[in-house]
Design a protein around this ligand. Structure first.
Ligand code: ADP
Ligand code: MG
Length: 492
């Protein structure tokens, strides 16, 4: 097609026998925002790393402006006008903004670098994207959103033809997202082809022109955004229809309290919290971010020391020691899996077994049992990422979350507190996490589900506890007729 600037044809790639791209196609036109969609582990980042020369392709073709690109390296790809902005960025923290921008293509004055000119030019480019700091600022002093803007400036300083943004809004605020979108719209006018990777379906419709969907390393198809809808894209993503269906919990036993929280106060953040959790129940915690939901969880497990109040587990006062509570079977799955949940540089086996050493080290560490258990969880939870010896850092977000869940499932607890378990996770993996929760309650556990996703709260909860500014504003029995508006009313 005449308008294509980029064509990737039939790209394949394997890592140590694990085929992660199985003949993927991608065509990008001038001035379009092309959404690249796919669940965690579908192969999007790998495809982009091939485009940027970071990985070598096994077979297939890359054609840029009718020229076949061979033996791409990160430097040659950049020279051809291909810029990829990764989630983890590619900036040198202890250099200034302008030094990062002109790294490898410095302006020279005689033998010396012409810093004055670099600073001036950097400042002009920075203004274009609304980055209002000094070009001499060190990169490590910048916020995530500002670093992203530096990356964009770096790209446009290179006469970029193809700009790839890999989940650019995953860790920036809504306001920063708005700015990013207006920059993207400007770049479109300059005929740059933009490849946009995201999990947020609302963004596809806000910013996208076309969308290519990948699944399990395969090319599924390309659609025009104006001719499609969420249901169609979801079906392409997961390979089947996904409907909203409320969980019908037949195991909850309202005659058996497993947890009672009485008059709980914590600093100025929680005021007089009272509720019960029953055997087999999923109790949803709704409310705005900052309304105190995570604080309740942390007070229950004694990660935070409550100011006053009582907490009973099976009618016995809970220990004030975190480790004792874990041992007694109350676990908290953090919302911040990168900081609290996982040791990224360790492999799947080590991460799953770490909190469960009492079971596998009796008295000697039983590595065979560790591998066997890990393999079972990888299978049960459908953790994708090659082998159990894969370092967790190489797994996609959804699969990392499943490793967090696996390590706590292993502990056979009776109360699980899930804090935002599906944030940043795609539809298919979400369903698997819901299935895991269902299996837990049928095996006799109880669950507190903290979530900002009201669809998730409605789908999974038996009762919904709504928090507002550190207090419980209502506890609602879930039903098919309950609306999101009714829940929100209590939260606002
Ligand atoms: P996505 O970006 O769509 O979430 P990725 O491209 O990151 O997916 O991953 C696709 C698959 O390739 C995953 O199973 C992942 O574990 C695997 N993978 C990615 N990079 C490497 C690597 N350097 N070594 C081994 N496997 C990898
Ligand atoms: Mg990725």
């Amino acid at each position: 097609m005449a308008n294509n600037i980029l064509e990737m044809k039939n790209i394949t790639k394997e890592f140590f026998g694990n085929v992660v791209l199985k003949g993927v196609n991608l065509e990008i036109q001038k001035g379009e925002v092309h959404i690249l969609a796919g669940e965690n582990g579908a192969g999007k980042s790998t495809l982009m790393k091939i485009l940027s020369g970071a990985y070598k392709l096994d077979s297939g073709e890359i054609i840029l402006n009718n020229e076949k690109l061979e033996h791409l390296t990160p430097i040659s790809a950049l020279k051809k006008g291909i810029s990829v902005i990764y989630q983890e960025f590619n900036l040198i923290p202890y250099l200034s903004i302008f030094e990062n921008i002109f790294l490898g293509k410095e302006y020279k004055k005689g033998l010396k670098i012409d810093t004055k000119r670099e600073i001036q030019e950097a400042q002009i480019l920075m203004k274009k994207v609304g980055l209002e700091v000094k070009a001499t600022t060190l990169v490590h002093e910048l916020s995530v959103a500002q670093k992203q803007l530096v990356e964009i400036v770096k790209a446009i300083s290179n006469e970029v033809k193809i700009l790839v943004l890999d989940e650019p809004t995953a860790s920036i605020t809504d306001k920063e997202t708005k700015l990013l979108f207006s920059i993207i719209k400007d770049l479109k006018k300059e005929n740059i082809g933009i490849i946009y990777i995201s999990h947020r379906m609302d963004e596809f419709f806000e910013i996208g022109d076309r969308c290519t969907v990948m699944r399990d390393g395969s090319y599924i198809g390309t659609v025009n955004i104006c001719d499609t809808n969420e249901a169609e894209i979801t079906k392409m993503l997961v390979g089947r229809d996904v409907e909203f269906q409320r969980l019908h919990n037949e195991v909850v036993d309202y005659s058996k309290k497993v947890l009672t929280v009485k008059n709980l106060f914590y600093k100025k953040l929680l005021k007089d919290i009272n509720f019960d959790l029953y055997k087999g129940e999923i109790l949803g915690f709704a409310g705005l971010v900052g309304s105190g939901r995570t604080e309740i969880a942390k007070c229950i497990i004694s990660d935070y020391k409550k100011t006053s109040g009582e907490i009973f587990f099976n009618d016995e006062e809970m220990s004030s020691r975190l480790d004792k509570n874990i041992e007694n079977g109350i676990v908290y799955l953090s919302e911040d899996r990168k900081d609290e949940g996982l040791i990224l540089m360790h492999n799947i086996v080590e991460n799953i077994n770490l909190p469960n050493l009492k079971q596998v080290a009796n008295p000697f560490i039983n590595t065979i049992m560790m591998s066997k258990k890990s393999k079972q969880y990888v299978k049960d939870l459908n953790i994708k990422g090659g082998s159990i010896n894969q370092n967790v850092v190489n797994l996609s977000g959804g699969n990392q979350q499943k490793v967090v869940i696996a390590k706590w499932l292993y502990s056979n607890a009776s109360i699980y507190i899930f804090d935002e378990p599906t944030r940043g996770i795609d539809v298919g993996a979400r369903e698997e996490i819901y299935n895991i929760m269902y299996n837990l309650i049928t095996e006799g556990a109880s669950i507190i589900l903290i979530s900002s996703d009201l669809v998730e709260i409605q789908k999974m909860s038996d009762r919904i506890l709504v928090m507002k500014e550190g207090q419980i504003s209502s506890i609602i029995k879930n039903s098919d007729s309950l609306t999101q508006e009714q829940i929100m009313e209590s939260a606002l």
